[in-house]
Design a protein around this ligand. Structure first.
Ligand code: 2M8
Length: 420
């Protein structure tokens, strides 16, 4: 494993800020130079969380820039294209410029991502007390949530469905294997520049095929409900949404709006999570097969972000998290897939490695449940990863070595937060 000279907290913080400065385009922060040269949606939410205490001006600009890509439907796209740099699938695949609901001023993708943004605005407000930010961004956040509650409640249960693995934020997670395998064989040969460890070519073809089908159907909600072959209720996506609904309920009065609809939405998500996705652990539900996808990934812990999570589920999740299936067996927190699963692979992105963003979400969950020991373990383990291997995209959960790209924005931003 690569050796880095020992750095104290102040030096680590300066290094993190230097990465964020280098990745700042003047309008937004790209996740990493080269591999991800545009603005990614939940990456920006994490960046703004990390900057909230240090550069609140930039944290606000980051979120405002992202929300300038919001569609008239309320959908917040997973990519806002910021530079002429090549990325596949780029603007020519999504064709947002041809869609009447897409913004005219900026090119975007047509998919969304875990809706962390209201929580990020709440975080900024909590650390700055700046009500003007809340008033400025609240309408876009409320529209985003309304979109999820209508166009994405494909199961009619109160949960939002993702319609593409990219919408989960955990694109090559084993949670999507069965749904992808059920798609027809596709031999596009669409190849973007990708690291070999990232994903299989056959998966990349299916990802592109799914995106094109949705695009060719005009990004219509009716098509998603009736025809689209990939529709999954995911515990991480919905756990994040629930936390954001709770954040919006607190922000609404600051913006002169009613808190009640957001609190009601949170309650709906809470009961649907337990009724539909719980079976000793939270599993995604594949709406096309009607079945739970019984592989336990780090996404299972998303509902822990909810302070109102019932005690039985909280106890059950803690048991799984601290067991040899997750934190009990690895040297570093928290593998993205349980290590006893046949699909676990310590070298491949969301199939095993540890990620700073999911560690941060779990640390936030520990804070909302006053689990101080767990919170300290998650902070210390995550800081050990970046101290040893740098601000890498992800890390081997056993030996802590870095994987994926370097100078990765959310690893740097959330380090700033963990150091605070
Ligand atoms: C990864 O996803 C992109 C597609 O959006 C990719 O694989 O090219 C994921 O880790 C996702 O969570 C993240 O937002 C994105 C940019 O960091 O990279």
């Amino acid at each position: 494993m690569e050796a880095r000279p020992a750095v104290d907290d102040a030096a680590l913080g300066r290094e993190a800020m230097a990465v964020l400065d280098a990745n700042w385009t003047g309008t937004a922060t790209v996740p990493a130079p080269g591999l991800y040269p545009h603005q990614w949606s939940w990456d920006s939410a994490f960046v703004s969380i990390g900057l909230a205490r240090h550069r609140p001006d930039r944290a606000q600009a980051e979120l405002a820039a992202l929300l300038s890509g919001q569609w008239a439907t309320g959908m917040v796209p997973h990519i806002v294209f910021r530079t002429p740099e090549a990325y596949f699938p780029g603007p020519a695949v999504w064709c947002s410029h041809d869609h009447p609901a897409a913004p005219a001023s900026v090119l975007t993708s047509g998919l969304t991502t875990p809706p962390l943004h209201a929580l990020a605005v709440w975080w900024l407000w909590r650390h700055t007390g700046d009500a003007a930010v809340v008033r400025r961004l609240y309408p876009a956040l409320a529209a985003q949530h309304a979109y999820l509650a209508t166009a994405r409640d494909l199961g009619g249960s109160g949960l939002a469905a993702i319609v593409h693995p990219w919408e989960s934020g955990m694109d090559d997670s084993p949670a999507w294997d069965a749904a992808l395998a059920a798609l027809p064989e596709i031999g596009y040969g669409h190849r973007g520049p990708r690291l070999a460890e990232r994903r299989l070519d056959s998966d990349q073809d299916r990802y592109v095929w799914l995106a094109l089908r949705y695009r060719d159907a005009g990004y219509r909600a009716g098509y998603l409900r009736d025809e689209h072959p990939f529709a999954v209720e995911d515990p991480l996506f919905n756990g994040v949404w629930l936390a954001s609904c709770e954040a919006l309920a607190e922000l609404a009065p600051v913006a002169g709006a009613d808190a009640a609809p957001h609190a009601e939405q949170a309650a709906r998500i809470r009961s649907a999570l337990v009724e539909r996705l719980w079976d000793g652990c939270f599993y995604p539900r594949d709406l096309r097969s009607g079945r739970l996808v019984r592989v336990c990934t780090v996404g299972a812990f998303g509902p822990m972000l909810d302070p109102g999570l019932p005690a039985a589920q909280l106890r059950g999740l803690l048991e799984v998290l601290e067991s040899a299936r997750f934190m009990g067996a690895t040297g570093y927190p928290v593998p993205s897939c349980e290590i006893r699963a046949a699909q676990f692979d310590r070298t491949r992105y969301w199939r095993g490695p540890s990620w700073v963003n999911t560690n941060w979400l779990l640390r936030r969950a520990a804070a909302v449940h006053s689990l101080d020991h767990l919170g300290r373990q998650l902070s210390a383990g995550t800081l050990r990863l970046v101290r040893q291997a740098g601000f890498r995209e992800c890390f081997d959960p056993f030996d802590g070595s870095g994987r994926g790209c370097r100078d990765f924005s959310w690893s740097a931003a959330l380090t700033l937060d963990l150091l605070a």
